[in-house]
Ligand binder design. Structure first.
Ligand code: ADP
Ligand code: MG
Length: 453
């Protein structure tokens, strides 16, 4: 059985854990501990609220020797200032009996005060990417002694557009260091970052546990392509009584907008779309309309939906099949909450079948398939992503797409552009809102707590 004793923690650390009343390590803590302690690069994926902070801090605090040096040895990068504050508080609790200096730095406050604090010296710095870079670039903060780099909430970080800042920071760090990345979901962006910067990390992935699968009746349809999926959706969603409150998941912002345009004609008055390119105000208003029942259908991307507190969803529809099975679990877990019955529908193409099998393996459950309704039209129209790729003989031109139904595409494109063109001023506001908004994971935490009760 899992126990903190098995981890051979030093006295100071085990006393602090005892004071906190933690009885045993969570799965991510138990599995990450030996791998991190061995000095390997680690990517840890586990649901929000599963104790990831302690999962990376436990081995680090157990290792970190006392020192009076000015330059920090551990760097924790998080996406928002609220998280800086939260992580600093948590570290202080864990390190209660250790002589240790933890410093949190983030934007939006006077940089001079923070420079003065940095000059005092510290062991662990917890920072947001922007302010960290400013402090490091001005040489107020020296990063040459960083032996451990932790990037927490990587998925949120990348979704907020911090990739560029992160790569700038990597350049200021010594090459010989241990890298730890933690995330609630595995996304293509996260995978790309790992590929580009992390040498052979060990991946520790904890399957979503305690998902109330029994409350959710799952079904799936094999569907030919994007616009056939749209036709099937229109067919299903016309049944307003059955489909009372529908959360529609889709993989990208681009596809979310594409789907919105395609459904607009039939459902414009009861349709909403939410993703990270929408302004904070727009997002809040959209969610309110959905929660109040003004709109019946909400299109959302994975990351954005994670922080949402949504009640009484009758159906979660997976417009596409998540590449990472954990994401399917996150998605369908949005319905069937608090003992209520929920339904989930997965739409998959032949290409997506392997992802579906991955999901079924994770759940150890085969999703019952419903036959494609004969009265739904199979569309021949293709999205740009679905068009076949032609390899040309000319070696300077690698790929060319076969010309498709361009007239329709243009129309779609114009529609989308009209919707997101916010003008210069609005764009600046949007940036600010992104920078200073609350951590996306907040809502998730409260939900997790609710679930436990
Ligand atoms: P995550 O980063 O995975 O979202 P956190 O690290 O913020 O999760 O931890 C969530 C909550 O669980 C915190 O309040 C933390 O104090 C608590 N916690 C962490 N580890 C344990 C444990 N082993 N036993 C009980 N509670 C824990
Ligand atoms: Mg966390």
């Amino acid at each position: 059985m899992a126990s903190f004793q098995n981890l051979n923690l030093n006295k100071q650390l085990s006393s602090a854990i005892e004071d906190l009343g933690f009885e045993k390590p969570t799965p991510i803590q138990e599995q990450a501990y030996p791998v991190i302690s061995s000095g390997k690069n680690v990517v840890g994926i586990a649901q929000t609220g599963t104790g990831k902070t302690l999962a990376y801090m436990l081995p680090i605090l157990n290792w970190l020797p006392f020192s009076k040096q000015i330059k920090p040895r551990v760097l924790v990068v998080v996406p928002t200032r609220e998280l800086v504050i939260q992580v600093v508080e948590q570290i202080e609790l864990f390190a209660k009996y250790k002589t240790l200096r933890v410093l949190g730095v983030y934007g939006g406050v006077n940089i001079k005060t923070q420079k003065a604090a940095v000059a005092q010296g510290c062991d662990i710095v917890v920072a947001t990417p922007g302010r960290l870079y400013d402090l490091a670039a001005s040489r107020a903060l020296q990063l040459q002694s960083i032996a451990k780099l932790i990037i927490d909430e990587v998925d949120v970080m990348l979704d907020l557009g911090f990739r560029f800042q992160l790569t700038n920071i990597f350049e200021l760090l010594p090459n010989k260091r241990q890298n730890l990345m933690f995330s609630a979901t595995m996304t293509e962006d996260v995978n790309q970052l790992i590929d580009d910067f992390f040498i052979t990390p060990s991946k520790i992935s904890i399957a979503v546990s305690g998902t109330p699968l029994d409350n959710i009746s799952q079904t799936c349809f094999t569907v030919k392509n994007f616009y056939t999926k749209v036709n099937l959706l229109v067919h299903l969603l016309k049944n307003k009584e059955e489909f009372g409150k529908v959360l529609l998941f889709i993989d990208s912002k681009k596809n979310a907008d594409r789907l919105f345009s395609a459904l607009e004609q039939d459902f414009w008055s009861e349709l909403g779309v939410i993703h990270s390119n929408k302004s904070q105000n727009n997002r809040i208003a959209t969610i309110e309309r959905f929660n109040d029942g003004v709109s019946r259908i909400l299109i959302a991307t994975d990351i954005i939906a994670r922080g949402l507190d949504l009640d009484n969803i009758t159906h979660v529809i997976n417009f596409d099949t998540p590449v990472y099975p954990e994401n399917y679990m996150h998605r369908i877990g949005r319905t069937g909450r608090a003992e209520k019955k929920g339904k989930s529908i997965l739409l998959f193409t032949e290409e997506e079948n392997t992802h579906k099998i991955g999901i079924e393996n994770l759940m150890d459950f085969k999703i019952p398939e419903i036959e494609f309704p004969i009265d739904v039209e199979v569309s021949k129209e293709l999205t740009p992503d679905e068009m076949p790729v032609m390899i040309e003989k000319n070696p300077h031109k690698k790929k060319t797409r076969v010309a498709g139904p361009s007239f329709h595409e243009k129309k779609e494109k114009n529609k989308i552009e009209n919707k997101v063109n916010l003008g210069g001023g609005a764009k600046i506001k949007l940036k600010k809102a992104k920078k200073y908004k609350k951590p996306i994971s907040r809502g998730d935490k409260t939900q997790n707590r609710k679930k436990k009760r």
